[in-house]
Design a protein around this ligand. Sequence first.
Ligand code: GLY
Length: 389
Amino acid sequence: MNARKIILVLFIASAFAFAARVKLDVAKDFETIARQLTNSLKTHTDVTRFPRSTKPDGSLHAVPSRDWTSGFYAGNLWYMYDYSKDKKWEEAARQWTAGLENEKFNTHTHDLGFILFCSFGNGYRLTQDPAYKDILLQGARSLSKRFNPKTGTIRSWDHGKWQYPVIIDNMMNLELLFWATAMSGDSSFYKIAVTHANTTLKNHFRADNSSYHVVDYDTLTGKVIARVTHQGYADESAWARGQAWGLYGYTTTYRATKDKRYLEQAEKIAAFILHHPNLPKDKIPYWDYNAQIPNEERDVSAAAITASALLELGGYAKNGEPYRKAAEEILINLSTPQYLAKVGTNNNFILMHSVGHKPAKSEIDVPIIYADYYYIEGLLRYDRLKKKK
Ligand code: GLY
């Protein structure tokens, strides 16, 4: 073969390889997910310790129900049931959901949405189990207790050096409140959620539509004391997961209210993310858009949350196609060996390469359960869109 022929053969081969990679194969990805989850159910059987991540020594990091990530593992199992309709997944999901019930009385965190809605919320959506509904409503009552009319927000944390910290992540816990009003007819949950979303809209965003991580409020005046970071690179930087939480949170808030201001905000955040000069070609962001790029870790969790949110946003926006395309691209890339773990590895988590809290030197470049959750959710949303067409 002469040189020209070799080049032609190489060109055709790489074109084929590219074509094979650019298609999202949801069925194949769910096969991988099912195998990883099956392995994890076999190797990790203590249903009071919830898989979260990997420890520095390489072993599984499992957490008690009060941890903010405790509901995602059950959520993954519920999504597996959602996709497959196989009762074995429902049974497993129920087992891993039961141990979270006590958190319905937890008034010490804003994370009840994550803990209860990913587990019991998905469970209720799929089974209409009335016991799950009661648990969720109690959870919404507990979360509402953290609302302060003076600041117009739900308090995020009870720990730390702040007077009344509210983090952008808090937008993710509003879905439980919207759901509670829809289920109970009690509008107080809805009002709290809308007030929180409005205050956050006013105080959390910069002129470029990126968000601060933490806004600290004065409880006597209701005014902002400080805008800082906790998990990001710097106070004025754009922590990648925070931008993803904001995008997802305002998309959900638009779904619940149909108030155009939330849709506009979600689109502004999407523009910030998707047009950011530091967003890599494969659209899997570094853990902070303003860190020492390119010498930084990627955060796969931020990518997975973004993909899932963009798929929903695409259904509301006037021009939804670019959002759907970007989400598809992210999911395709997450489904490559660069990010998707080989079956039997990665402590049976599905995705590799997330960052939890780099400034605290915690969970850097590890698998994290919520990356898996939003990846699976994104695949499900993508699958539904394709089947609708
Ligand atoms: N909600 C905490 C985090 O995103 O790490």
